[in-house]
Ligand binder design. Structure first.
Ligand code: SF4
Length: 315
């Protein structure tokens, strides 16, 4: 069964694991939430020790052929459009490398001409000698296109579904190939078939009720853990902000609810990578990577700049 079928039947049929997750995100007393936090912390320590993996995004292009109502890069927004030349990408990446990063996420809008498979492969190939982990977050592609990017040296693929509610999805994505909900939904599996060893999914918090998005996300995670079991699976929970074009988030989640959601994810998926942004709660975070690393160390955590090297496979 494809995940699309699972998703479309979710209102009627939920697995035992998703039912457990649904219970964990239902309203809790302070005492219950504290117990969840303790259980979650202990599972994190068991599975990850005190480590926290650090990576940085590098924006390649804001060219885009889609209109997404919540995004300032939408094609109808009259903004300055820039796509970095490969030399400029290398220069930006070297700046990040000087700050300690060896794990990088290449981000771009969806544009087959400016952000083509070959352009992405060339960027990845140029960065591979200096970065142990290169991931991409770009428009969905076919498996054979992903294969070329994996061969160039990329190991991670990130594609957020944005919202798992088909009606809201259709309302938010008003033009462009992104309107194809199912093509996006199957992206992680195509990436896995192409050889990506890290797969990241997520939902934007703010397009519909967070509880509904979280349940669909949990079902998607369960599906990926079963079908893409050799990959490391990660999840992101970005909270939407107002964007160019006048968009204002329609729904919200409190800090307490977000903490409960993170704990519920950890309890139900002990091996899941949970991605947190340093920009959480702020529009921009001016602290340097070294300052963030120092904050983590002060809290007894170990910042990890590199957790993988291709040489491990070629011995
Ligand atoms: S596809 Fe991505 S970059 Fe393009 S408008 Fe939508 S969210 Fe923005």
């Amino acid at each position: 069964m494809s995940f699309a079928e699972t998703l479309d039947n979710l209102a009627l049929t939920k697995s035992a694991l998703v039912q457990r997750f649904e219970d964990l995100i239902s309203p809790k007393s302070d005492h219950e939430l504290e117990a969840m936090a303790q259980a979650s912390r202990s599972l994190t320590l068991q599975n990850f020790g005190r480590t926290m993996r650090l990576f940085a995004p590098l924006y390649l292009s804001n060219e885009c052929i889609n209109n997404c109502r919540y995004c300032g890069f939408s094609r109808d927004n009259p903004i300055l459009r820039v796509t970095l030349e490969v030399d400029e990408v290398i220069a930006e990446a070297q700046h990040l490398a000087r700050q300690g990063f060896r794990q990088i996420l290449l981000v771009a809008g969806e544009h087959p001409k400016f952000v083509s498979r070959d352009y992405l492969a060339e960027c990845v190939r140029s960065l591979a000698p200096d970065f142990s982990s290169i991931s991409i977050e770009v428009g969905p592609m076919e498996t054979e296109d992903y294969v070329r990017i994996v061969e160039a040296g990329a190991e991670g693929l990130v594609v957020y579904q944005e919202t798992y509610n088909r009606g809201v999805y259709a309302e938010m994505h008003t033009a462009g190939p992104k309107r194809d909900f199912n093509f996006r939904l199957d992206c992680a599996e195509r990436g896995y078939a192409a050889g990506f060893r890290r797969l990241g999914i997520g939902a934007l918090i703010g397009l519909s009720r967070w509880q509904d998005e979280a349940i669909a996300l949990a079902a998607h995670l369960e599906y990926l853990f079963r079908h893409c079991w050799q990959a490391q699976i990660t999840v992101s929970l970005p909270r939407l902000r107002p964007a160019a074009g006048g968009f204002r988030p329609l729904f919200s989640i409190t800090d307490r609810e977000l903490a409960q959601l993170v704990c519920a994810l950890r309890i139900v998926f002990p091996q899941l990578g949970i991605v947190l942004s340093t920009r959480e709660r702020e529009i921009s975070d001016e602290r340097s990577p070294a300052e963030i690393a120092a904050v983590l160390r002060r809290r007894g955590l170990e910042p990890v700049w590199k957790d993988w090297d291709q040489a491990l496979c070629s011995a």
